[in-house]
Design a protein. Sequence first.
Length: 94
Amino acid sequence: MFMLIFSIGLFIIPTKKIFAQSTTEMKIKIADSYFASEEYDKAAKEYKEISKDDKQISRIYDNYLKTLLELPDYKAAEKFLKDVAAIQDKYAQV
């Protein structure tokens, strides 16, 4: 019985990680699609959600910043740049 539960646990843990990665990939593709079709309001909403994950910043940086400038939402662009600088500082100290 223990082996069965242990085996199931080993299967579930990697599956959750794969699902989370595929969800992030999907969100980035959706945001990039909105960006490419110049639907900047929708793109900004998606990119903002994705930007909460520090690890994804480098993948969305250019398009998110361009999106904010196209809107134009200079306040959000400035906040995004400050957040990116803070993230870079955090990882530089590690």
